[in-house]
Ligand binder design. Structure first.
Ligand code: AHR
Length: 332
């Protein structure tokens, strides 16, 4: 029994030092207590980020770190490198460290019930940010803060149907999906499919994951260009994959934006630059600047106040002719 207890203590110590090593800002000093703040009385927020897979994600991380500093909240930050098991480990460490609030952006939608129940049993409120989970038990988290990804997919589909209105020829579409099993990949796919399904001329001829990264976007697009004869449109679930695909299209001797129309999601500066150069046709915005709203929610849940179950961000759609004018005002 004593040996088992000693092993448990060592595991807890290893886990907690692994997390401290991941902390990038405001590492919590001293002990924290659920609801009690750190030794300075500041609220301690444990934030388990997805990774650093995209320009969007980098902007999101920066927004959270800056907002925590501004709000006087001690942030324990962990980067899961796009692996669910790392995120679960980070959440368990936050529970052991008795942080006041846990926020996380789930890598994938499923498989969270057990760890969320552990947080609930420890009395630590959880906020979902950016991505949702598919847990039936909504009492496992206090709020969701982020975008309506289905709406984003629908906006992408609506741009396409308007673009090809009155034209009869088949429109061959290839799709670069985000991370398999993630909420934005599932929802952006579903929203887009829902809009184009009413018209037979739209055909998704190939659809594969590019894991939301530039490198994979390029690699998968290279494969599409080899396997698909006539590609009219690329629908990329994020800008980084679209930017990687643009390289593949150019290397294949084709003109992105003209020979192959490109629809993308996010709205990072690099995508606006590519769009102003005629290489992307439309960008559906997804706002990563969630930091300030997350800190507001954190303060409220730490104080035991009630918060809305869902807080959605305002987003727009930017066709190519608006890119140049919008570029100087892009914040991420
Ligand atoms: O969850 C938001 C998505 O994740 C963004 O669209 C993508 O760029 C990121 O990696």
């Amino acid at each position: 029994m004593a040996r088992r207890a000693a092993i448990a203590v060592s595991i807890a110590l290893i886990a907690s030092s692994a997390l401290t090593a991941c902390s990038t800002e405001n590492p919590a000093s001293g002990s924290a207590g659920a609801g009690g703040g750190d030794s300075d009385g500041k609220i301690v927020l444990g934030f388990a980020q997805v990774g650093a897979e995209s320009g969007w994600r980098t902007a999101n991380t920066k927004s959270v770190q800056e907002a925590a500093k501004k709000a006087g909240i001690t942030l324990k930050f962990s980067d899961a490198q796009q692996k669910q098991e790392n995120q679960i480990k980070a959440i368990r460490t936050f529970i052991q460290q008795k942080v006041d609030v846990i926020a996380f952006s789930p890598v994938v939608e499923s498989g969270w019930d057990t760890v969320l129940k552990e947080a609930k049993d420890a009395g630590i409120p959880v906020i979902l940010t950016d991505r949702a989970v598919d847990s039936k038990d909504t009492s496992l988290y206090k709020s969701f803060l982020g975008s309506d990804f289905v709406k984003e997919g629908k906006s992408a589909g609506e741009w396409l149907t308007a673009e090809y209105e009155g034209k009869d020829a088949p429109v061959n579409i290839v799709e670069l999906q985000g991370t398999t099993g993630s909420a934005p990949a599932n929802d952006r796919k579903a929203g887009f499919a829902d809009v184009i399904k009413g018209d037979d001329k739209f055909k998704i001829t190939a659809s594969q994951t590019g894991d939301f990264t530039r490198a994979k976007g390029k690699e998968v697009m290279q494969a599409f260009l080899k396997s698909q004869k006539d590609i009219d449109v690329l629908y990329a679930h994020n800008d980084d994959m679209a930017l990687g695909a643009i390289q593949a299209i150019e290397e294949a001797g084709k003109k992105p934006g003209t020979d192959i129309k490109i629809i993308s999601v996010d709205g990072i500066k690099d995508a606006f630059v590519a769009m102003a150069a005629g290489k992307i046709n439309v960008v559906v915005e997804c706002n990563p600047l969630l930091g300030d709203q997350l800190m507001e929610l954190t303060k409220k849940v730490a104080a035991g106040e009630s918060v809305p179950a869902r807080v959605e961000t305002e987003e727009g759609v930017f066709p190519q002719d608006k890119a140049e004018a919008a570029l100087p005002t892009r914040k991420y």
